[in-house]
Design a protein around this ligand. Structure first.
Ligand SMILES: N[C@@H](CCC(=O)N[C@@H](CS)C(=O)NCC(=O)O)C(=O)O
Length: 224
């Protein structure tokens, strides 16, 4: 399988971490949604990542659809999303809140990357910020209530993978003031996850622009 997309995207990274956790080997194409847009469009009509290309050429798009497929491949015992009942509902809720936080973070980020300064709309950015922090506060509440346990049940699930990937992304991409003090539960969960080899091996190198999706230079003139 070939995973298309950079690891600075929380959506790509949660797929990569999940592939690692499930022992499913994959090749990685470190393609940027900025400069490699046309290349990505050959596999995904939306030109978005993650995209997972199967050995027979079938391309799966959207991280939720990809993760659903991976769980199906490994079977119910090893699936990262609990299969049924309250644990499944709770895990889906956590994943939805974390994904929403990521989307709101990405929207704030795009506002600064895509739009020239005079065209940015501060009330919209502020709304996204409020939604993002509302989501993070709820995830932090759950993480603190679970103390040193995983987010749901007694083992690591997709709720932990997605939460950690999203929190790491938001801390890196946006200027958050003192995230460890504001979100101690998420900070602890993140540290625990990021210490695992399955997470460590798929971390974007933020000092190397070639590992980042959006640099302003990529979009000068292309964004409007
Ligand atoms: N719902 C999608 C969101 C994926 C997403 O937002 N990917 C971003 C990178 S972080 C992207 O492809 N952005 C380029 C674009 O939307 O044009 C998923 O879960 O896969």
């Amino acid at each position: 399988m070939i995973l298309i997309g950079m690891f600075d995207s929380p959506f790509v990274r949660r797929v990569a971490v999940s592939l690692n956790l499930l022992d499913l080997p994959f090749e990685h194409r470190n393609w940027s949604v900025g400069k490699d847009f046309e290349l990505i469009r050959q596999f995904n009509p939306l030109g978005r990542v993650p995209t997972l290309v199967q050995p027979d050429g079938e391309a799966l798009i959207d991280s939720n659809a990809i993760l659903d497929y991976l769980d199906e491949v490994v079977g119910p015992e090893r699936a990262l999303l609990p299969r049924f009942g309250k644990e499944r509902r709770e895990a889906l809720r956590v994943v939805a809140i974390a994904e929403g936080a990521a989307e709101k973070g990405v929207q704030q980020w795009y506002e600064t990357v895509f739009r020239p300064e005079g065209k940015r709309h501060e009330p919209w950015i502020e709304r996204c910020r409020t939604q993002m922090h509302g989501a993070l506060a709820e995830l932090d509440r759950i993480a603190r209530a679970r103390a040193r346990e995983w987010m749901i049940g007694s083992r690591l699930t997709q709720a932990d993978v997605t939460t950690a990937c999203v929190f790491g992304f938001l801390c890196d991409a946006l200027t958050m003031s003192q995230p460890a003090a504001v979100y101690p539960g998420l900070t602890a969960l993140s540290a625990r996850c990021e210490a695992m080899p399955e997470f460590r091996s798929v971390k974007a190198d933020l000092n190397a622009p070639s590992h980042l999706n959006w640099t302003r230079a990529d979009h000068e003139g292309a964004a409007h």
